[in-house]
Write a protein that binds this ligand. Sequence first.
Ligand SMILES: Nc1nc2c(c(=O)[nH]1)N[C@H]1C(S)=C(S)[C@@H](COP(=O)(O)OP(=O)(O)OC[C@H]3O[C@@H](n4cnc5c(=O)[nH]c(N)nc54)[C@H](O)[C@@H]3O)O[C@H]1N2
Ligand SMILES: Nc1nc2c(c(=O)[nH]1)N[C@H]1C(S)=C(S)[C@@H](COP(=O)(O)OP(=O)(O)OC[C@H]3O[C@@H](n4cnc5c(=O)[nH]c(N)nc54)[C@H](O)[C@@H]3O)O[C@H]1N2
Ligand SMILES: [Mo]
Length: 808
Amino acid sequence: MHIRSGAQTAGANEHDRIAHPWGTRTPYGPGERWPERVDMFLAEGVREDMVERWVPTASVLHSNGDAMDIAVQEGRIVGVRGRAGDRVNRGRLGPKDLFGWQASNSADRLRAPLVRRRGKLVETDWDTAMSMVAERTRDLLGERGPGSIGFYTTGQLFLEEYYALTVLARGGIGTDHLDGNTRLCTATAGEALKESFGSDGQPGSYADVDHADVIALYGHNVAETQTVLWSRMLDRLRGPNPPALVCVDPRTTQVARAASIHLAPRPGTNVMVMNALLHELIRNEWIDRDYIDAHTVGFDELRTQVAGCTPERAAEICDVPAADLRAAARVIGTGERVLSTVLQGFYQSHQATAAAVQVNNIHLIRGMLGRPGCGVLQMNGQPTAQNTRECGANGDLPGFRNWANDSHVEELARLWNVDPERIPHFSAPTHLMQILRFVEDGSIRFLYVNGTNPAVSLPELARVRALLSQRRLFLVVQDIFLSETARLADVVLPAATWGEKTGTFTNADRTVHLSEKAVEPPGAARPDLDIFLDYARRLDLRDADGAPLLPWRTPEEVFEQWKRCSAGRLCDYSAMTYAKLRALGGIQWPCTEEHPEGTERLYADAKFRAAPQDCETYGRDLITGAPLEPTEYRALNPEGRAIIKAAEFLPRHESPSEDYPYALITGRTLYHFHTRTKTGRAPQLQAAAPEVWVEMAAEDARREGWDDGDLVRVRTPRGRVTARLRTGDIRPGVVFLPFHYGYWDTAAGDRPAGKDGTAANELTPTEWDPVSKQPLFKSGAAALERVRPGRRSERTTTAAVELERSAR
Ligand SMILES: Nc1nc2c(c(=O)[nH]1)N[C@H]1C(S)=C(S)[C@@H](COP(=O)(O)OP(=O)(O)OC[C@H]3O[C@@H](n4cnc5c(=O)[nH]c(N)nc54)[C@H](O)[C@@H]3O)O[C@H]1N2
Ligand SMILES: Nc1nc2c(c(=O)[nH]1)N[C@H]1C(S)=C(S)[C@@H](COP(=O)(O)OP(=O)(O)OC[C@H]3O[C@@H](n4cnc5c(=O)[nH]c(N)nc54)[C@H](O)[C@@H]3O)O[C@H]1N2
Ligand SMILES: [Mo]
């Protein structure tokens, strides 16, 4: 193993990036440029001078978009190195990116299509597999129409692939049932941006970290989930005039440890925390009256809504000291450059969109947008989730167009040269949780799943397994491994992945990178784009003049078409080219003739894309999710200003009770990505967190008479999980389960029958936010019991625990 990590000028500095995930500090002060530090990892026996080619790409194991080069030797990936010149990471890489690429070389990659014959999946050739898929599609279209066909895609492919899939599904087949796993991930981010600013699109920039005097993180464990962005924040904290850090999280995460103020609310009370903060900002007049008057609507409703939300009242509901709420409000209210980030602690919790929107409200009433240090990052999670949303593969129309606005649909129809009636737009595109319902009741008979593993990542797994295993459902799964979901499929299509195909993708601060093909895929595996185009050809999808609807052969041809689709919209790519991306590295959209090298921040001019004829949505009621009528929106916001939307706090539906006394939240560890299909195959990462554990407050464990390493059963009305106990700094009364542990790597490769599960989603409820329809993975209640005491050797002394202890 060869790890190099250090300031480029200081030369090689070897150390273990499992134990030190954020690497060495490179402190800097406000307004200064974040110093470079190049991180590299090469396979055993490979030295830098032995590498034949370095191929540019960016990371795909989170949304940060860290730029890197793939090291190639004899046609194989042998390592990665961060790119010093890139605006996002200045050379740094996190542990998942340093080690995760090894999964691509894994011997158990899918190498040939599989079809189910007499109950068993057997290898076949592409023509056989694709004919079966196309034939079943055609039959169902004839018998039952487009409503019987569903697509469930991801946030991990490339822009070109989503755009092709959208044209295929919405313009070609004409089904409304296309959504991404972005529904589980950043549906709330997109929805919160639409509700406040009229359109999806991240206002801020990562460079806001360099300028901010306050950084507030709402339900965002950035230290574990975007390690390089955390390194940037740590470097500011170590430098002169560091920013104040506010953390809102029921666990004492690394972020909480570094924070000046840590609010640890009861899970599911985020709206009340926010309303109390807003109450204090307004009461103390830490607001920008001129900005509010000139650029927003809705301030009076907000003032009325939060009038009664005193810190004392919030203290009771959230169980956070009133003094801490006041202190947090003072820091946020008096800061001159406030940067906010929001993620799953808000998006997957009770009143998700309502809470996320209140963070936007802080920026609107303080007039803090579009200036250095004054960013809002309604974070993405997956590497290419932004593209799923832009391209309309997620329950929106491409280019942030409004399905309820006929002229937007007509624009698309002209672009695709199809009849507008062919593009379903009689109601909002079907969201995933509804797609599942349609599969369950049998109206959807064909489901094409690509780049996601719902048999581990969706809530209430017993139900998901049952509905995906139905005989009447034809299930196609396109993956790079035989995932838990692929095991249930009728046809499995082997995909090429990152490093084996070319395409673009966009990170959480709108930075677009080109990811180039470095090596050939294994066996007969093919890029997702090629598979979609093959499928479209076999369906013989044509435009109004009888020409092929998807005439493209290369990703670059699709990109050129996408540029036309995005032109004039907020996510405008029109002045970007592959050549420019090669020359400049990361470029932030909008990238237009006026801004040929991209745009660092949105809304510097306070011009929002919220006018009735322009906006992506007419908005929804934050409590019920009911869509507003166009006429209501026109009355509310005729001039297209930013919208301040207030929300009342409502208590949670499933709260801890006598039978289920603990609040159950789920989430991530630094070392694993989702269902572990990649990180579980990287030895360093798998060894760092080899098995599931459950985290509980030390005082709860003491009261129960339990200890670290005990085997504990976690139970909800949906299912049971057995896990080793790990005591930690978490709110008493709350337990945390990582959701990474499915069963593909069990010896038998099957779900152990009759036994407790290891996947957190055995336990989670089928419940979603009324506005964004994002499932509430962090909002259950559970009972715990000890199965047996652990021996000393069974304590889960994984790297993550060491890390936590060393930080104390
Ligand atoms: N290592 C690693 N990094 C990743 C990923 C990964 O799988 N592993 N996945 C990527 C993806 S797709 C995503 S979406 C992001 C997610 O990134 P994050 O959102 O940062 O990660 P989570 O662990 O899901 O949740 C964040 C925090 O929410 C807190 N939380 C739970 N309930 C509540 C609540 O009611 N209120 C508040 N305020 N907080 C609460 C949890 O304690 C947790 O620390 O990470 C990305 N990066
Ligand atoms: N309990 C609980 N559940 C959660 C969450 C939580 O916090 N708690 N978080 C939710 C969130 S935010 C997310 S994003 C989801 C993630 O959930 P999933 O998307 O289901 O998780 P992944 O493991 O990333 O699945 C991606 C699949 O795509 C495959 N794949 C990788 N690269 C490629 C490629 O290039 N082409 C193709 N065709 N396939 C590829 C992988 O092998 C893998 O099987 O989980 C959600 N579920
Ligand atoms: Mo996600």
